[in-house]
Design a binder for this molecule. Structure first.
Ligand code: SF4
Length: 442
């Protein structure tokens, strides 16, 4: 039976204090929204309330303690973070009922506390970030959500009915948020929405002033603007429309990362049509070839669904042939499962579970071989990487082709002197199916 559509868990937010605290609040909210949480406008609507406090002077402490008291009274489920969180005894003495106190700029901890008391709901067809989460550690990368909702009607998806039609954020707002993140130490911006390539179409590409010139609220201008901020910029959820071609030169010029996350979902035109996928009529293979001609470094990541209702052996073979031709670098694959409210539920000829599983295994075997062959070509080359973790003498980093949590890593032996969040130049020494080994370049 189809599962009922999940209701997005709702977080209320009270932000007090200085601009730095505001940036932290924005980061926490961006992160929670990227994980599918909704922001509640009132205490009554919220499942849990986060209070980001200030503890700089006595008046600010009083204001923070009062705000916590109000949230407890109005809602009852309160998580406290921010500067005053560095002195938990002050808070707990007056408000012993708070669920959790975390310290200043400990945004990983506050999100962990939200997960603990209000778990995120994962649905592979709805979520923009992977189920294991975005491990909330790093301060050096951040998700930036540029739009909410979607205008398409993919038959397996209920996002448009849950989250409404596409609502883009004006370009200056997105660029301002991104600039603040970069000033706060973020080295990599991960741009997300349900349909990044449609960005701005709902606003009729309205012009806004940014850094003294007019920019249109559209995909290309956004990519250009982000590329001027001095951080890595990674684009997710891009559909293979003709206008996407225009951003590929920015990748070739090193302005944004040569990386595209394109949720192709299938390679058979008839299945794509039944899925009602955007751009299903586009010649995607020709488009991929042209992109790689413009930017040979381009890494393409995608996700696929196998076992969609009515998927025949021939259509599945078409998908495998398409993948062989497309030579995608990074690939994930789900077996189809119905979501209540999705129109695909009414389609005939459900594929038996064992066939779905067998197709998924065959598909991933093929994808793995392609990944291994493409990574093998990197051995002996130099690469700029961003360090995510240091564990003794081993540093775990990512290159331009690796999005955090979903793609591979670059293992740097004898990388113990590197710092988390630092860029390093490395030489690739070996490759396996998904990851690379490297040493620090001399
Ligand atoms: S493009 Fe399709 S799958 Fe993606 S959010 Fe819109 S309707 Fe859902």
């Amino acid at each position: 039976m189809p599962r009922p559509a999940p209701r997005a868990p709702k977080v209320g937010f009270v932000s007090l204090g200085c601009p730095k605290a505001l940036v932290d609040s924005e980061r926490i909210l961006t992160h929670l929204r990227a994980e599918g949480y909704a922001v509640a406008p009132t205490y009554d609507d919220a499942d849990v309330v986060v209070v980001n406090t200030c503890g700089f002077i006595d008046a600010a402490i009083d204001e923070s303690l009062d705000a916590i008291g109000e949230a407890l009274e109005q809602n009852g489920r309160v998580i406290v973070t921010g500067c005053l969180g560095a002195r938990p005894e002050r808070i707990l003495e007056r408000h012993p009922r708070v669920l959790k106190v975390t310290g200043a700029h400990a945004y990983e901890d506050v999100i962990g506390a939200v997960h603990e008391h209000l778990p995120p709901q994962h649905d592979p067809f709805l979520d923009l970030v992977p189920p294991q989460g975005v491990k909330l550690t790093p301060r050096h990368y951040a998700y930036v959500k540029i739009a909410e909702g979607c205008n398409h009607k993919c038959s397996f998806c209920i996002i448009p009915s849950m989250r409404g039609r596409l609502a883009s954020r004006p370009i200056d707002e997105v660029l301002r948020e991104s600039e603040k993140l970069v000033h706060a130490g973020v080295k990599e911006l991960l741009i997300i929405s349900q349909d990044t390539s449609a960005y701005g179409s709902d606003l009729k590409y309205a012009g806004r002033e940014w850094r003294g010139s007019m920019r249109e609220t559209r995909f290309l201008d956004l990519a250009r603007g982000l590329g001027e901020l001095g951080a890595w910029v990674r684009l997710h959820y891009v559909y293979p429309y003709p206008h996407v071609d225009d951003v590929i030169p920015l990748m070739a010029e090193g302005k944004i990362l040569p990386y595209l996350d394109v949720p192709f979902q299938h390679g058979s035109p008839s299945v794509l049509k039944r899925m009602k996928r955007p751009a299903h009529a586009e010649n995607t293979l020709a488009r991929i070839r042209a992109w790689r001609t413009t930017c040979p470094e381009l890494v393409i990541r995608s996700t696929f669904i196998v076992g969609f209702p009515g998927e025949t052996d021939a259509e599945f073979d078409e998908l495998l042939a398409w993948l062989n031709e497309a030579q995608l670098d990074r690939v994930g694959c789900f077996t189809y499962s119905p979501v209540e409210g999705a129109t695909a539920n009414a389609l005939p000829d459900a594929v038996p579970d064992e066939v779905k599983a067998e197709r998924q295994a065959r598909f991933m075997e093929r994808a793995q071989a392609i990944s291994a062959a493409r990574l093998a070509k990197r051995v002996g080359t130099r690469m700029r990487v961003l360090v995510d973790r240091v564990d003794g003498a081993l540093a775990i980093a990512r290159g331009p082709g690796d999005a955090p949590e979903i793609d591979g890593v670059v293992r740097i032996r004898k990388g113990g002197k590197l710092a988390v969040g630092e860029f390093a130049d490395v030489e690739i020494t070996a490759a396996d199916a998904y990851d690379l080994d490297a040493r620090v370049a001399t």
